[in-house]
Design a protein around this ligand. Structure first.
Ligand code: AMP
Ligand code: MN
Ligand code: MN
Ligand code: MN
Length: 282
């Protein structure tokens, strides 16, 4: 059997390895293919693609876009095979990143008001691209304000935390349209994070996305238990959606996640084959 990882992050967003290093890790781990899916940016794709070519690892351009969704859930959409030169996609990523910039300033203001003396420069120094809350969490740990990254989210940065700030998002419909207009396939990342109360609620949400043009769902993910995986796989088969999978590797920012593994499972190369077949259909 051959395996891939179709969901991971580099320093272009909130991972700790450079894009080329993620590809080297994939190669060293014996994976035959991967997709780099940084948050709201394609800034790492060119470097990763070049390294993948050099090492003979199959590579698929990717992006993970945060879409509007009611609390306490989150909705992330993966775009696979997007044309990284697509002007509209470039505009979108610039707008999302600019929105993050404004939000980062607000988070710092909130923290400072709470007596937490960290600066934006300290956060920026840890980031190589898109800045995310994990970077703030790391600074809070390093400066001794909290004992762990998780505590940083629980107390300050997570939804309901004392310094929580929303970020600029786009509607799910628009995100799917943008991915498809850029020639990609749109996949709902980690459906468990929608935090739907029951299967019927989840299916209603999914049905909406399918109406907007959703192509697939991420069945294998580090947050999915066996029941969720079986359920999502059945749903994908029933609705003729692509099944995808990935670890959501972030390097040292999420040390519990093992590259190439969705919890205990590995991701079969057939998942990548089927995405590529769908892309080839245009
Ligand atoms: P951002 O893109 O800045 O909104 O940050 C999102 C990142 O923060 C993702 O990698 C999440 O997994 C992580 N994150 C968000 N909420 C929490 C939480 N409550 N506990 C731990 N990590 C979280
Ligand atoms: Mn992340
Ligand atoms: Mn995500
Ligand atoms: Mn992710």
């Amino acid at each position: 059997m051959s395996y891939v990882d179709l969901h991971c992050h580099s320093t272009a967003s909130d991972g700790t390895l450079a894009p080329a290093d993620v590809v080297r890790l994939a190669n060293d781990a014996g994976l035959v293919g991967l997709s780099l899916t940084d948050h709201d940016t394609i800034g790492g794709i060119a470097e990763a693609a070049a390294e993948a070519k050099k090492l003979g690892v199959r590579f698929l351009a990717g992006i993970e876009i945060s879409a509007e969704y009611p609390r306490p859930g989150t909705m992330h959409l993966l775009g696979y095979g997007v044309d990284t030169t697509n002007p509209a996609l470039g505009d979108l990523t610039r707008r999302l990143i600019a929105g993050r910039g404004d939000r980062n300033v607000r988070i710092i203001e909130r923290l400072n008001q709470l007596g937490v003396a960290i600066t934006l420069a300290e956060v920026e120094a840890l980031a190589g691209g898109t800045i995310g809350r994990p970077h703030f969490a790391e600074v809070l740990v390093r400066k001794g304000y909290v004992s762990s990254r998780q505590r940083a989210f629980d107390e300050y940065l997570g939804q309901g935390g004392k310094a929580y700030e929303d970020k600029e998002t786009i509607t799910p419909k628009r995100a799917i349209e943008m991915i498809k207009a850029a020639g990609g396939v749109a996949v709902l990342a980690h459906p468990i994070q929608l935090r739907a109360d029951n299967d019927s609620r989840l299916e209603t949400e999914l049905k909406n996305l399918v109406d907007f043009g959703l192509d697939g769902i991420e069945v294998l993910h580090s947050d999915h238990n066996d029941r969720t995986i079986e359920y999502l796989a059945a749903l994908a088969a029933r609705w003729n959606l692509l099944s995808t999978g990935g670890s959501d590797f972030h390097g040292g920012n999420k040390p519990h996640i093992r590259f190439g593994f969705a919890a205990t499972r590995r991701i079969p190369v057939e998942f990548m084959d089927k995405i590529e077949a769908r892309l080839a259909l245009g």
